[in-house]
Ligand binder design. Structure first.
Ligand SMILES: [Mn+2]
Length: 354
């Protein structure tokens, strides 16, 4: 197993690459979406939470990440001795009509294919995505982790409808007419996912790029009057069954799975790692389940992290593990301290495995 760190776009700096190396990482999961553009929230150095107005404004649909930009990210990480293990998330600007089945769907699919080819061309082996209308929403933030560390949690969902021009908790059209997203059924959303997979996976296979699906965060059955796809551990199997390509895999989020109301997180780790379907792992801890939970320090929640790692080792998982989110620590560098703590813990746990 390999240790990695997820970095947001603005954090893809030489200093943070060194920080990752110093923490024992060999890999980086890079977010190229700017989640914070025009958003009202200020915690620029932490995971975005935002309100019901979303995180911020999506990018430019006509400005796909260029080959040169992707190469520069790979080179900058390489200069510090790191590999880019994955790009995490498409910009909603690139694929909003794929999610919504809108008029630009086919054009956006072609753009995604170009993007996948470029990602393969620069040697990045994986793209993480989250096929979701509401995206990550309805979370709260506060001094809720050990020692009053600022952490994220959920206390019930939200049935506030999503305004036109917003999807995946970001604004893709600031001039959209008043009104709300058209209703979508769960079956329609599964159909959209399955069409997305059958369009993109052949290109991904040629390009040598794995598509890795994140489950719904938070894993409610419905959020903001939209259906969710992967809100129980078994739904991951349905996603895998939707397309048999070897490149159809999982961005396996231990925290999100532990928050689900059905199943067992250790069974899920065993099942999907045994099937060799885990592209990379988000490893974090949590206390509670839907509809109410709190993200915690990695040693402090309901999940026995060492047990998770033991199962992964037994099933010969050889991919990258990143800490996902962590509570912010009280100091001048709250995000870095939180990540250093989580990475140190995972490092030690990996060394102590049988
Ligand atoms: Mn996650």
């Amino acid at each position: 197993m390999k240790l990695g760190l997820g970095l947001y776009r603005h954090a893809l700096t030489a200093e943070n690459f060194r920080f990752a190396r110093q923490c024992g990482c060999t890999h980086i999961v890079a977010h190229l979406v700017d989640y914070f553009k025009g958003g009202s929230h200020s915690a620029h150095d932490d995971q975005p939470t935002g309100g019901l107005d979303g995180w911020g404004v999506a990018g430019d649909p006509d400005q796909l990440w260029s080959l040169g930009y992707l190469q520069s990210v790979v080179a900058a990480a390489g200069n510090e001795g790191l590999k880019i293990a994955a790009i995490e998330n498409f910009d909603p600007a690139f694929w909003y009509d794929v999610l919504l089945d809108g008029p630009r769907r086919d054009a956006q699919i072609e753009n995604l294919k170009s993007l996948i080819r470029r990602i393969g061309q620069v040697g990045i082996p994986c793209v993480g995505y989250n096929f979701s209308l509401a995206g990550v929403a309805a979370r709260i933030t506060g001094p809720m982790a050990r020692g009053y560390a600022i952490a994220v949690g959920v206390d019930g969902g939200s049935d506030q409808p999503i305004p036109n021009g917003m999807v995946w908790n970001m604004i893709y059209d600031q001039h959209a007419p008043a009104g709300y997203m058209s209703p979508t059924t769960s079956e329609q959303l599964w159909d959209r996912l399955s069409r997305f997979l059958s369009d993109i996976l052949p290109v991904a296979e040629e390009a040598g790029v794995t598509l890795a699906a994140h489950p719904d965060d938070p894993p409610f059955a419905e959020l903001r009057r939209t259906p969710r796809l992967v809100y129980q551990p078994a739904h991951y199997q349905r996603l895998l069954d939707a397309n048999k390509s070897g490149r159809n895999q999982l961005e396996f989020c231990v925290g999100s799975i532990a928050e689900m109301t059905e199943g067992d997180v250790y069974d899920a780790v065993d099942h999907y790692s045994r099937a060799n379907k885990i592209a990379y792992v988000h490893l974090r801890n949590v206390r509670g389940k839907i509809p109410s939970y709190r993200e915690t320090f990695i040693d402090d929640g309901d999940v026995d992290i060492r047990r998770v790692l033991t199962i992964l080792r037994r099933n010969k998982f050889d991919g990258v593990i990143i800490p996902d989110h962590t509570p912010q620590m009280s100091c001048d560098a709250p995000w870095h301290a939180g990540m250093a703590f989580a990475l140190g813990y995972i490092c030690a746990a990996l060394q102590s495995l049988p």
